[in-house]
Design a protein around this ligand. Structure first.
Ligand SMILES: *Cc1c(COP(=O)(O)O)cnc(C)c1O
Length: 413
């Protein structure tokens, strides 16, 4: 918490120190490990465990903070907020746990009916606080997402109900994630007397790795040497780093579903730096991308390669990595973390510590882990009894107007 305060207070000048400290302490108090994000050491890798929050994925770190931040600001301004979002799994549950039970907030989360994992579904729908509204949409994630976007585009509706989002382009989320990069540097450098280290980050929406990019800029030059972006078969970002080509493909389903993304929503932030922080050039590129679905950044190749290395990992390699890592070290990796660990093998340099971000608990993806190793991940308290617990969810057809009416009927005013 002290480190989080040191870092965040450099970006926040409109919340008194004592209040910011309270918000941070409250946010970390829901984590089950006293270090919040402990580092463990296996073979020649440091694994940064980011999964000790209420929903067992790294998104809790930012969303617990965001929930408390919203609560504080809404109280201060005497306002109410209705959060609306669509999820393909992890974000929705982390967002729900971030705001459950908060007085001035209602949250409406759409997920594709019967198209997310049973555990993910139960994690969301068993939260029966009266401010939480789960909506299962008959359709795909894209259908759910399209409805959310169309409601946000309706400016009148958005204003009337003070609609807000918690998606991964929210700066407060990125900021909260910068903290554990700096934490890792302090921790590893203290123990190994090195002055330089590398990170590998399982990547989907480019949020976590962008936080690493910010941390790299904040720390003395060379402290973070290399940021490796690890993607699954959805390899648009890896292609971009390797060849400067950023073109949309079809979303492929993999064993690491939270990274099944093509257009990464935080990518624009990096483009801004690549365009020497000139907003007009960034806007031009983004407009071109939405017109053509492709960008060619040949001219920036050298800079991109100074900033990132990248590898795309197949489901076969994920399974093989989970299995061999367990054989060698007796440690279970979840499929997202395994994407990173495999990529780290490609880029590990002797003598330079490598930190791999562990973004989800293996128990959250137990089928994949069991199939790879034959071992069932140990039970976790927060999933205990979840399959049988009372749950609440409204199943609806994928129609803008139906969902709009449902929200209007249940929103805080
Ligand atoms: C969201 C998520 C990721 C991807 O993180 P981004 O910030 O979107 O790049 C990786 N692993 C898990 C388990 C996630 O939930």
């Amino acid at each position: 918490p002290e480190l989080a305060f040191e870092i965040m207070s450099r970006f926040i000048d409109d919340i008194p120190s004592s209040s910011l400290k309270n918000i941070i302490n409250k946010s970390y108090s829901t984590f089950t490990h006293e270090e919040v994000t402990p580092l463990v050491h296996h073979g020649d890798l440091h694994i940064l465990e980011l999964f000790h929050g209420p929903t067992l994925a790294f998104k809790d770190i930012a969303l617990q903070f965001l929930g408390n931040l919203f609560e504080y600001l809404l109280d201060k301004e005497d306002l109410k907020l209705n959060i609306l979002g669509a999820t393909s799994g992890d974000t929705g549950s982390a967002a729900i746990y971030g705001v459950r039970g908060k007085k001035r907030i209602n949250i409406f989360i759409l997920h594709p009916h019967q198209r997310i994992s049973r555990v993910q579904e139960k994690q969301m729908t068993t939260v029966t606080d009266e401010n939480v509204f789960n909506i299962a949409v008959r359709g795909s994630f894209d259908d759910a997402q399209a409805i959310v976007k169309s409601l946000f585009r309706d400016i009148e509706f958005k204003k009337k109900y003070n609609l807000g989002a918690v998606n991964s382009i929210n700066w407060a989320r990125i900021l909260a994630q910068v903290v554990y990069f700096v934490y890792s540097c302090l921790h590893v450098i203290r123990h190994e007397k090195d002055c330089s280290l590398d990170f590998t980050i399982p990547t989907g929406n480019f949020g976590d790795i962008f936080a690493g990019f910010i941390a790299k800029k904040m720390l003395p030059a060379g402290t973070i040497r290399q940021l490796t972006m690890a993607t699954n078969a959805n390899d648009i970002l890896t292609r971009f780093v390797k060849s400067g080509d950023y073109s949309l493909g079809e979303v492929k389903m993999t064993s690491s579903p939270s990274m099944d993304i093509q257009a990464a929503s935080n990518f624009e932030r990096y483009l801004y730096y690549l365009m020497d922080q000139v907003p007009a050039r960034t806007a031009e590129l983004m407009a071109e991308f939405s017109r053509c679905g492709t960008l060619n950044l040949d001219d920036c190749q050298e800079q991109i390669r100074r900033d990132f290395t990248a590898a795309s990992i197949s489901d076969g390699e994920v399974s093989e990595t989970i299995s061999s890592f367990y054989d060698k070290h007796g440690y279970l990796l979840d499929p997202h973390t395994a994407v990173g660990v495999k990529a780290a093998e490609h880029f590990k340099t002797a003598g330079i510590p490598m930190v791999c971000l562990a973004t989800a608990h293996p128990a959250k993806f137990s089928e994949v882990v069991k199939e790879a190793t034959g071992v069932m991940p140990p039970a976790v308290d927060s999933l205990d009894g979840i399959m049988e617990a009372e749950s609440r969810c409204k199943v609806m057809v994928a129609k803008d107007n139906d969902i709009r009416a449902y929200i209007a009927a249940h929103a805080l005013r």
